[in-house]
Design a protein around this ligand. Structure first.
Ligand code: CMC
Length: 377
């Protein structure tokens, strides 16, 4: 109807209140559970970040121990879920497709009805789903989770079967904390919309995984890494950027719906990556990454002078996750391994003060058609 105002992509429209995270897109600031992302990311364990989102406070030491133990206790997946993941791997399905199938089946054998328990179980089980798929996909047997390891360390353990390197664990943990929640992004909106109908959390997280998969949301870091590796080989960042923009393509890892500055998460992850690469053989690769950013931002501002296109989270995600040994095929799935903390916390928040999410559309179709039987059309 002509009297309805159209907000394409819901750009700038607030539809929920949340205490989980807040973004100031003009200032380039992100607060998660009351902490600037810069403070939370490098200090917290992932378990502390999730507790913070679920309970709106940091746990005491005994509470943290008990939350760690609870999460560790839910890590195993049922045999039927493993079979689904083995088949997805055999059929060369993408990691995000496998994750969607695994999450959808994750409540097999589960009789939990308490939403907080379901949320905790989902947070716990996503790394096992991703790692089981990956081990099968790369022709190896799954590695059983270890209850003596923290969330991030156990994920690395299940992927590789090797004792995790503490620097890699800290790098991964910083990443998981940095992206655990981010306002009403597309996948979180999907999750909240699903539970707003009084549906369940497994359905909400299954939908959110589907939303995260796309390159305009969580699907960018794999292509970012390919771009960075290509430029590291040729040494021609400027040529790469000019060619990409001239062909009308978007430069992955740049631009954001909300930020008009450099994404604050890019700063956190670039510092974490810098620390990580300082002691690694791939220091020269990180120098390429930093040089590429400078060239890209300058050329993007020539390309779109009236739209600030700065570095977003995915650019340094690619550099950091590559450094800590996450295969590029799992970058988006690893984003989900973190964001499931935010998705489920948003679901709990939505349930606590629910209002059905049901926007309206503007009808622009015909209004004066008259029916003809099939044989007269
Ligand atoms: N490279 C080149 N041009 C761009 C880029 C880019 N990365 N991003 C936006 N533009 C252009 C776009 O073509 C458009 O130009 P025009 O007005 O001539 O059509 C203008 O800038 C505005 O773009 P938009 O699509 O209206 O902006 P949006 O707010 O809908 O999109 C975005 C935000 C992140 C989807 C977009 O910047 C993009 O596609 N970036 C590349 C993919 C990427 O890095 N995705 C990860 C996003 S961050 C992860 C997360 O927080 O979920």
């Amino acid at each position: 109807m002509a009297d309805k105002e159209l907000h394409r992509g819901l750009d700038g429209i607030a539809v929920a209140e949340t205490r989980l995270s807040g973004i100031d897109g003009a200032a380039g600031e992100l607060v998660i559970g009351g902490f600037p992302v810069e403070e939370l990311a490098g200090n917290a364990s992932y378990e502390e970040s999730v507790f913070l989102l679920f309970d709106d406070r940091l746990p005491t030491e005994p509470e943290l121990e008990s939350f760690r133990a609870e999460l560790a206790g839910y890590r195993e997946i049922p045999e039927e879920v493993e079979q689904v993941l083995r088949r997805a791997a055999r059929e060369d399905r993408d990691a995000m497709d496998a994750l969607r199938m695994g999450v959808a089946a994750a409540d097999l054998g589960l009789d939990a009805t308490d939403p907080t328990e379901v949320a905790t179980r989902l947070v716990s089980v996503l790394p096992t789903i991703v790692a089981t798929y990956w081990r099968c996909r790369s022709g190896r047997e799954p590695v059983r989770p270890r209850a003596d390891l923290g969330h991030a360390a156990n994920y690395l353990w299940m992927l590789t079967g090797d004792e995790p390197d503490p620097a890699a664990v800290r790098g991964l943990e910083t990443y998981l904390n940095t992206v655990v929640d981010h306002g009403l992004n597309a996948s979180t909106f999907v999750a909240r919309s699903v539970v707003s109908t009084e549906s369940d959390l497994v359905s909400a997280v299954t939908g959110a995984v589907g939303s995260l998969k796309g390159p305009l949301h969580g699907g960018a870091p794999g292509p970012v890494l390919e771009m960075l590796l290509a430029v590291h080989e040729t040494g021609d960042a400027e040529g790469y950027v000019r060619e990409t923009l001239a062909s009308g393509e978007r430069l992955m890892g740049f631009g954001h719906r909300v930020y008009r500055t450099r994404d604050p998460r890019a700063a956190v992850l670039s510092r974490a990556a810098e620390r990580f690469y300082a002691d690694s053989d791939e220091r020269a690769f990180f120098e390429t990454v930093e040089a590429f950013e400078e060239v890209a931002v300058a050329l993007l501002s020539e390309h779109k002078p009236d739209r600030a296109l700065e570095t977003n989270v995915e650019f340094y995600t690619a550099a950091l996750l590559h450094g800590v040994g996450i295969p590029r095929e799992l970058f988006t799935a690893t984003f989900a391994v973190s964001r499931v903390g935010g998705w489920t916390a948003h679901c709990l928040e939505q349930r606590a003060d629910n209002k059905l999410i049901r926007p309206v559309s503007v009808y622009v179709g015909d209004r004066d058609r008259s029916w003809k039987p099939a044989n007269e059309r």
